[in-house]
Write a protein that binds this ligand. Sequence first.
Ligand code: G3I
Length: 352
Amino acid sequence: MRYILLITFFLNTIFIANAQTFDYSSSSETPPVLKSVAPFPIGAAVGIKHMRNNPRYRNLVKEQFNSITAENVMKFKAVHPSEHVFKFDNADEIIAFAEENNMRVHGHTLLWAMSNPAWVRSYQGDKTAWKNLLKTHIQTVVKHFKGKVRSWDVVNEAFTDGGGLKKSIWLQKIGPEYIELAFRYAHEADPDALLFYNDYGQEYVGKKMYAILNMIKDFKKRGVPIHGLGMQMHIPVRLSDAKIQQAMKVAAGSGLLIHLSELEISVKHQMPKPFMMNEQLSRQQAEKYKTVFRAYSSIPKKQQFGITTWNVGDADSYRNSKGRNHDHPMMFDTQYRPKPAFKAVIDALKQP
Ligand code: G3I
């Protein structure tokens, strides 16, 4: 088994190095620029360490994208590490980069149970105290970035796949109302910011998506400020085109801005082990990227908030972090060269 794994690793490495890029230098085309070809903003979620230490990464972000999301440094844990301490230096660095390069900043995320700092998890107080804690957090952060962050994922991943609310300390201490309170607090702090609910798995158009759409309907009826729906789109290459097209249509039915907020297309997910990358999968991935961009282009223009990929190249994808290795989910390879997926996206965007 160990030998099979070693051989697989070796072959994967060769494949990554040689076969998976689209070589513009050997074609007559000049490498196109995503943000120039797309009629809507094209974003990347960026890691602060890569931005600081990897000039190739930083240059590619600058060259190809016109919207930016901080992968981690605006999360609760990062900006509010203890009750009376807010820490914005890392996030401010991303904002400065965006300002220098004329990029839109999408804020991620004011509230996500998975990014609660330890002090919140052990906080003691009655319901009013918890509401105050939530309000102070949201309003301090939103006010700090007022005029700089155009839009926020106000609440992230609050629903289960079955359409219920996920167990969380917010649900436990405040009740289901915590979601609408988060939106109201954010709106009070910056009435010009666009407010999104963000979640994964909506592309399966199942109970989760309908529960989210019902919440949106209810918010609109009761005047709770919400402007956009974030569909994360961490999808496997095997997801059918029909599902992707249906998901876009159903999402657009909400009437809100639609943000494909964390797109990447895994080729490894649900594949037999040991996994081996190959040309056919690379082509399938390129086609799937094309489907996503075409389907998104078909929703009404005024609802197209943009498409953001979660990370930049295969080497920095969160799917390849910590022991999850050898996936190839991005449009750029480990050396930040364009892959067939990039070429497919450019073709999709150029189609009338
Ligand atoms: O910053 C510390 C570092 O100092 C330390 O040495 C290292 C040790 O493991 O941990 C570092 O923190 C990690 C952080 O990423 C930065 O690399 C955390 O442990 C790790 O949990 C964190 O993971 C992030 C995860 O969200 C949880 O916040 C991923 O990078 C990030 O890609 C992922 O992003 C989420 C979206 O926010 C929401 N949707 C799903 C998406 C993918 O899971």
